[in-house]
Design a protein. Structure first.
Length: 310
């Protein structure tokens, strides 16, 4: 991406943040600090438990550890910077760092989209083919799926981002608290139709296709569960899939509302709130929704604390 325009070289970007009032920024600092600590602590605890407890060395928890790792990395790309900027009247970031933050955040978001689809497939095999589950979801298959997830995310984000063309014509003020790809594109003064087409195609492959796969998968799970006669089978299926469906609904709902809507010339406050939700709130909620309510995870947690106190 070119950064020259009208003889002016853009070397830094000004981020307006969430508020221009000092008192509000101080309050936001403590709120986001608490959310960041919960997100990093909760997801870090999940990864530690899954790695150290042999009872959690299963495909479901292997992919869950990948999800927690993604969430830790995602909040770390922007929240520490946001906290530092709460005490700055004119928060700035070097253009190179801004583009790096934008690319990494996009890469991690796409990785989470694809991972949620893989986790849905894992649940489908566990419920619809339980006798063949260990054969189908072998260690080798899980590693191949995880490797394909990270490689595909790289090819769908980092490569297109570096292939985008555009000129920044001296404007460097972004109405956001981080370097969001859509907010950055609003600074480009050259024709962005090609970039917009690339984003639409990428969004289809990273949002609509995985979501369609998840919906079809859970449709087939629902048909299989309907033939289950026992209440225990219903309860097991609900506990297995319920948390994942909640995470899918929250994550895809907010990201699709932001990326699959007609774009305006300026980045609105509503879009900033949506970015806060899927960039900070969801990584904080994932351990609470998906993991810490799980019986196996709670058992591993009790085991760790019991060994420390005994």
């Amino acid at each position: 991406m070119e950064v020259m325009g009208n003889g002016t070289e853009v070397t830094e970007v000004v981020l307006l943040g969430l508020s221009s009032h000092p008192q509000v920024r101080v309050a936001l600092f403590f709120i986001f600090l608490a959310m960041y600590l919960v997100a990093v602590g909760g997801n870090g605890l999940i990864v530690t438990l899954i790695v150290t407890d042999s009872h959690l060395h299963t495909p479901m928890y292997f992919f869950l550890s990948n999800l927690s790792f993604i969430d830790v990395c995602y909040v770390t790309t922007s929240v520490p910077q946001m906290l530092a900027h709460c005490f700055t009247d004119r928060p700035t970031i070097l253009l190179g760092r801004c583009l790096a933050q934008m690319s990494i955040a996009l890469f991690l978001a796409v990785a989470e989209c694809l991972l949620l689809a893989i986790m849905a497939y894992d649940r489908y095999i566990a419920i619809c083919s339980p006798l063949r589950y260990s054969l189908i979801m072998s260690r080798k298959v899980c590693i191949l799926l995880a490797s394909g997830l990270w490689v595909s995310s790289f090819l769908l984000t980092i490569v297109p981002v570096f292939g985008m063309e555009g000129r920044l014509c001296g404007r460097n003020v972004v109405n956001h608290f981080k370097c969001e790809v859509q907010a950055m594109l609003k600074l480009v003064c050259s024709d962005t139709r090609a970039n917009g087409l690339v984003m639409i195609m990428t969004s289809i492959f990273t949002l609509l296709v995985p979501l369609a796969f998840i919906l079809v998968t859970y449709g087939r799970i629902g048909l299989a569960v309907m033939h289950v006669q026992s209440d225990h089978g219903w309860s097991k299926a609900l506990s297995t899939c319920g948390s994942h469906l909640v995470v899918v609904g929250i994550f895809y709902g907010t990201t699709m509302a932001l990326y699959l809507r007609p774009q305006k010339k300026t980045f609105t406050n509503e879009e900033k709130v949506a970015s806060v939700f899927y960039g900070v709130v969801i990584p904080m909620l994932n351990p609470l929704i998906y993991s810490l309510r799980n019986r196996d995870v709670k058992g591993a947690l009790r085991k760790v604390f019991w060994e420390q106190t005994s």
